[in-house]
Design a protein around this ligand. Structure first.
Ligand code: BYC
Length: 336
């Protein structure tokens, strides 16, 4: 007879796994609040990848050359793939993709604030690659060591692809910076618009981050929001210098004592408005996603009907085989 361990034993086993920096797997016992936090974060992450296809997708039809179009198409398709890995990771926690989609479309789950800003020029494609994917890498590399197995494993593959995305963005901007004055101005204008919203991607300052302490104790997050924001600034300033663009922050300077760059404070009221749904493109992004979901209903219905037909065919083949085994020929075989 197998005995089911009592809850305190299960909690102790969970705590020991977390303390060893080991992985929790889908069939392991986990506290409800841990499961809920993971669903919240992984779902938001998946939604960000899918909604994040829109600002860049906006430029696929207007790419300046076949080469740029092929690169952009590949990148946007990668984001769809990232969304799918993450929805799958989230499903291992007992929620369905349909439920998650419903939570996004009804505004009950969030996606990254950055995708509520418009893309106004082709330079924005480069800036998104360089800064947005650069910030994403900073945030996501530590998530490869997150305590929940399926999430960490999804992040390993995602990070490899994000690194290609970041390089293509930097390469595009570098090409434009070597071009005409007008192209250089376009890059600078784009960087000016994206810089502060990119810093907001890391979330509110640690002192105002309600989830950080518990998520770090559980090993879901390995670094705090401010630590990662600082790491990103330190990494990006030399890249901006190499590119020849100015970052729009008069407070940005090297601090010898700290061994880090000092930088200004993003507008946290703007951040609050954007995550409340009042950013420049929130309504447009959700309306577009809703329309795509509704227009795709026939695909889901066709796939469901096909799966049902296949299951029915398999069932009837199995029944025929079973009847055949006990039919006249089989009996004859037994008699011989
Ligand atoms: N935007 O307590 P906090 C990509 C919310 S996709 C919106 O610090 P937490 C890409 C937060 O959810 C990149 N909301 O939260 C794709 C919480 O609200 P709730 C996406 C934000 O979870 C396509 C509240 O504010 N990356 O790279 O401990 C093309 C308080 O925050 C944001 C991920 O999703 C925000 N920026 O930390 C190109 C990474 N920040 O949920 C590129 C995974 C905070 O309590 N996620 N909020 O209602 C994380 O690492 C963490 O969830 C965060 C926030 C650092 C974002």
């Amino acid at each position: 007879m197998t005995t089911i361990p009592a809850e305190p034993d299960l909690q102790a086993a969970f705590d020991a796994t977390i303390d060893r920096h080991d992985r929790i797997e889908p069939r392991d016992w986990m506290p409800d609040a841990y499961r809920k936090t993971l669903v919240r974060q992984i779902a938001q992450h998946a939604h960000s990848e899918i909604i994040g296809m829109q600002p860049e997708g906006n430029w696929i039809g207007r790419a300046p050359s076949l080469r740029r179009k092929a690169i952009l198409l590949a990148k946007v398709q990668d984001e769809a793939g990232h969304g799918l890995y993450l929805y799958s990771a989230c499903e291992t926690l007992g929620v369905s993709r349909a439920e998650l989609t419903d939570l996004l479309l009804s505004g009950r789950q969030k996606y990254s604030s950055i995708f509520n800003y418009p893309t106004l020029s082709y330079a924005d494609v480069g800036t998104i690659g360089w800064l947005v994917d650069g910030a994403a890498i900073c945030n996501q590399v530590p998530l490869c060591r997150t305590s929940y197995g399926p999430y960490g494993r999804a992040m390993i593959r995602i990070c490899k692809e994000e690194s290609f995305h970041q390089r293509q963005g930097y390469e595009l901007l570098m090409t434009m910076m070597r071009g005409t004055d007008e192209q250089r101005a376009m890059v600078q204008e784009s960087v000016d618009r994206f810089w502060w919203p990119v810093l907001m991607m890391f979330g509110p300052p640690d002192a105002q981050s309600p989830n950080s302490a518990q998520s770090m104790a559980w090993g879901i997050k390995r670094n705090s929001n401010d630590e990662l924001r600082q790491k990103f600034v330190d990494m990006t300033v030399p890249q901006a210098e190499a590119l020849g663009v100015t970052l729009p922050d008069p407070g940005l300077r090297w601090n010898e004592e700290r061994g880090h760059y000092d930088f200004g404070e993003p507008d946290w009221q703007e951040f609050a408005a954007v995550i409340r749904g009042d950013g420049p493109c929130n309504a447009q992004r959700l309306a577009h996603r809703r329309a795509a979901h509704e227009e795709g209903a026939w695909v889901r219905e066709a796939a469901t009907a096909f799966a049902e037909r296949e299951a029915a065919a398999r069932e009837s083949a199995a029944r025929e085989q079973a009847e055949g085994a006990s039919g006249p020929a089989a009996r004859e075989g037994v008699a011989r």
